[in-house]
Write a protein that binds this ligand. Structure first.
Ligand code: PEP
Ligand code: MN
Length: 249
């Protein structure tokens, strides 16, 4: 898998809940077409009373399922103290929206021998975001992937306002790959397909989509989770669009 060559598809559950749930979600994704399996184990939840993730046990589950299906795995790291153990089990480290400007964390992942997917802070400008990428690059880690995941605006109909214009804007400013997360970007399963196509049309290098084998039962972000069947439809559409763009533009 080479990031930046063709369209890279990341999908998987918001949270790793159990081995059974992770496997049941990942297997059909593997069959549809996926490059990287995602699953949160350290969860940055808005309320401390919500499911906080399985922690290191979750990391091991994600690794086992990834190995079984021959898929690289990505997971979010929240704390500088967990960077080493996360890098031991995961192929790519994710820094979430709420931690985009956690400079100690950025420096620590900058020292790790793993690519880092840096999500845009929900109240951050493009310039602030790129400065955070610079924190990672400056420590010697050149494998930074940017991920637009929506920002807060006056509009509350969608969970966030997905800033698709950020994709071509960033392409003018940096050589770094840019991904789009239409799941957190909209919070609405019906909008994930159209916004995935928009992201590909805008030049995104990849997509990150939340999928659960049984969305109604998901322990986190169940409102935006899509089923593996729905993922498969979206996958086929975005791959066709991506091929059309490669052939015609
Ligand atoms: C996630 O991808 O699981 C996540 C928490 O996303 P964000 O940091 O964009 O809210
Ligand atoms: Mn989520």
């Amino acid at each position: 898998m080479e990031i930046g060559k063709g369209l890279t598809m990341i999908a998987g559950p918001c949270s790793v809940e159990s081995e059974d749930q992770t496997y049941k979600t990942a297997l059909p994704l593997k069959e549809s077409g996926i490059d990287i399996l995602r699953g949160g184990v350290f969860k940055a939840r808005t309320s401390p009373y919500d499911f906080q993730g399985l922690g290191i046990e979750g990391l091991k589950i994600l690794r086992r399922v990834g190995d079984e299906l021959d898929l690289p795995v990505i997971t979010e790291v929240l704390d500088t103290r967990d960077v080493a153990v996360t890098a031991e089990h995961a192929d790519i480290l994710q820094v979430g929206s709420r931690n985009m400007q956690n400079f100690s964390l950025l420096k620590e992942v900058g020292l790790a021998d793993r690519p880092v997917l840096l999500k845009r802070g929900m109240s951050s400008t493009i310039e602030e975001w790129l400065n955070c990428a610079e924190y990672i690059l400056e420590k010697g880690n050149s494998k930074v992937i940017l991920c637009e995941r929506g920002i807060r605006t006056f509009e509350t109909y969608t969970r966030n306002t997905l800033d698709i214009a950020a994709v071509p804007a960033i392409k003018q400013l940096t050589h770094l790959p840019v991904f789009v997360d239409p799941s957190h970007g909209t919070g609405d399963p019906e909008l994930i397909g159209p916004m995935s196509l928009s992201a590909v049309g805008a030049g995104a290098d990849g997509l990150m989509i939340e999928v659960h084998h049984n969305p109604a039962e998901a322990l986190s972000d169940k409102e935006q989770a899509i089923s593996p069947g729905k993922y498969s439809e979206i996958f086929n559409q975005v791959k066709r669009m991506s091929a059309f763009i490669a052939d015609n533009f």
